[in-house]
Ligand binder design. Structure first.
Ligand code: AGP
Length: 612
């Protein structure tokens, strides 16, 4: 949700800012802008509605904009429609201050009214402009941008990552954060800020994570950080070992397709180091077996696809552990007065580690005494840092807005964790434990066999892409998987799609099934295959066009009732969604391709959702 970048150093700032924004564009892409201080200390601001390329064209790649210090922004609009004026950076009335912001200033209206009463004239509809105007207002009073910044931070409420330049301070810029991600990058004779590491790795791998309440002064010679009480903070530096190519398309037409194909490798990296001689070991986990034995209830809290992983987790963990497991949307969790105390374990799932709703749920659970274990992909992200324990999915950078490899690695990790806990609690037999571990290790290889032949999916996508409404049906794990298949399809192809628990159709929704309605019928979950067949026949009788998904074991039976059957290899029933999700991802991808959609950057969406 908005990407910000800042640079100061010997190079020309504008091209570096534009390259950084290109890597952050997945976070928001309805407009973009940069502000650079010229050698004559003049603020040069260029911004425009539309994709980053529009801005690039406008500024001819940035070369004509001279200056060694600047900030940039790629926007996902919250306050005010996407247009040139509402784009960031926002500049104060007298042009001394420019600001880029990710987050929401909740009390902006009150501040705006205050400033208007002082004669300040506003140009945009955004919440961010109050930051620029209020900073200048304070700066006029104290002539010290750092002091002005602290006064500003005392006054504003909400979430923010801020990058601020002031023409009176041409050699440094300021950054601050609260509840929105911001990294500091330490280069050779240059320094950076960015919303995430992808914008930095071409220049430096030496980073630190700014914490809530901290303020950074960024110069080409280094970065100093002070806390909310203005005391100096020694930041822990981290080395990022991601390959630059990990954040590039590498010959694939879209990041989404590349990331689908990266899944087997990502799974190996996530699973294999945690299994030794058939035994699961979480060396990074501090949560003790004694603490586990005290757990009376487990909540899984997440949003979107991560929540769908949690839905599968509910079925699998409850079955393995015999402890009540409830999966709750993070955006609902904190408002439902959840039954959380010291005997509650909360599993938080997030690819980005920055989703605001998930973060808020985590804090709510923590405040009520729960122990928090998070499953996160982005190392050092806010959720990772605020959890009692963090288990990383080693999926590498995921750029496409539609998640694929993060989903798969989250699911594998949650299954691994469930099985590990079950073994600790003695709620799984040795035979079943061995069988699941053995099958888990074969998932990446089996996934490769699915990926080796995408032609049937391309044909089916060509056959079905014109449908305007789709139902995904299934029971138990197939229902949970259907939620993800449905989300994948709707978010990138814009086809209306819903997932239903098959048994629930007859209680209302079956009235929407008419001749020609596309139903994706999931018959992967072995124990309920017969029921899945009955539901296929039931919707077929209403004229539905069926696309079935099942395993090799049941393929022949499914083909007796319907023509279009996608088949994946068999595995342990609890792990079957890990294989079933791949054709659903590919189906969504190829349908969106047929429809000419912007697959990596679907409309209205952003990769990291840092607003409530
Ligand atoms: C799914 O493709 C989306 N990208 C979205 O639903 C995502 O899973 C959700 O916003 C949660 O994000 P997180 O895992 O980064 O917290």
């Amino acid at each position: 949700m908005c990407g910000i970048v800042g640079y100061v150093g010997a190079e020309q700032a504008a091209p570096i800012l534009l390259d950084g924004l290109a890597r952050l564009e997945y976070r928001g892409y309805d407009s973009a802008g940069i502000a650079v201080v010229s050698p004559e200390h003049v603020l040069q601001v260029k911004k425009s509605k539309g994709r980053l390329q529009v801005l690039r064209d406008l500024v001819e790649g940035g070369k004509p904009i001279e200056g060694h210090l600047g900030i940039g922004h790629t926007r996902w609009a919250t306050h005010g429609e996407p247009n040139d004026v509402n784009s960031h950076p926002h500049v104060s009335q007298n042009g001394r201050v420019a600001v880029v912001h990710n987050g929401i200033i909740e009390n902006y209206l009150e501040i705006k009214e205050f400033l208007q009463a002082q004669g300040v004239h506003f140009r945009s509809e955004t919440d961010t402009e109050v930051v620029a105007q209020l900073l200048e207002y304070y700066f006029n009073d104290c002539s010290d941008i750092l002091d002005a910044m602290y006064r500003l931070l005392d006054r504003i409420e909400g979430a923010y990552a801020l990058g601020v330049i002031c023409t009176d301070e041409p050699d440094r810029f300021i950054a601050a954060r609260k509840d929105a991600p911001l990294l500091l990058g330490y280069g050779e004779g240059c320094s950076f800020i960015a919303s995430d590491v992808t914008a930095l790795i071409a220049h430096t791998r030496d980073v630190a994570y700014l914490d809530d309440g901290e303020v950074a002064i960024v110069t080409k010679d280094g970065i100093t950080v002070t806390d909310a009480l203005r005391q100096p903070v020694e930041k822990e530096r981290h080395f990022i070992d991601w390959d630059v190519s990990a954040a590039e398309k590498g010959g694939y037409p879209h990041f989404m397709l590349k990331e689908i194909f990266e899944q087997p490798e990502a799974l190996r990296k996530t699973i294999f180091p945690r299994v030794h001689a058939g035994r699961i070991a979480f060396e990074e986990l501090k949560f003790s077996p004694d603490a586990l034995r005290r757990v009376r209830r487990i909540y899984i809290v997440a949003c979107g696809s991560s929540y769908h992983v949690g839905m599968i987790g509910k079925y699998n963990l409850e079955r393995l552990l015999r402890i009540p497991v409830e999966t709750v949307l993070a955006s609902e969790f904190r408002y439902c007065d959840p039954l959380v105390d010291e005997t509650t374990l909360v599993l938080v799932i997030s690819q980005s580690g920055e989703t605001l709703d998930t973060m808020a749920a985590l804090r709510e659970a923590k405040a009520r005494g729960a122990y928090i274990i998070s499953i996160v992909n982005v190392v050092g992200s806010s959720i990772a840092r605020e959890s009692d324990d963090v288990l990383y999915t080693w999926a590498g950078p995921e750029i496409a807005v539609a998640t694929t490899k993060a989903y798969s690695t989250q699911l594998a990790l949650l299954n691994l964790l469930g099985l590990y806990f079950a073994d600790e609690l003695g709620t799984v037999t040795q035979t079943e434990y061995d069988a699941i571990v053995e099958q888990l290790l074969t998932v990446p290889g089996k996934m490769e066999t699915i990926l080796a032949d995408t032609e049937p999916l391309q044909c089916l996508a060509a056959h079905y892409f014109n449908h305007d409404s789709v139902f995904f049906i299934g029971r138990n794990l197939d229902y949970a998987l259907g939620l993800e298949g449905s989300l994948k399809l709707k978010e990138i192809s814009y086809i209306h799609s819903e997932a239903y628990a098959s048994g629930e159709l007859k209680h209302g929704t079956i009235s929407l099934i008419v001749p020609g309605t596309l139903v994706v019928a999931l018959g992967l979950y072995g124990p309920l295959f017969d029921k899945a067949m009955s539901n296929v026949i039931e919707v077929q009788a209403r004229g539905a066009d069926i696309l079935a998904l099942t395993t090799e074991r049941h393929a022949a039976e499914m083909r007796k009732v319907t023509e279009h059957v996608l088949v994946v290899p068999d595995t342990h029933a609890l792990l079957q969604p890990s294989l079933g999700v791949v054709p659903l991802q590919l189906f969504a991808y190829y349908v969106a391709l047929q429809r000419g959609c912007d697959i990596d950057k679907p409309r209205n969406l952003a990769k990291s959702v840092t607003v409530e």
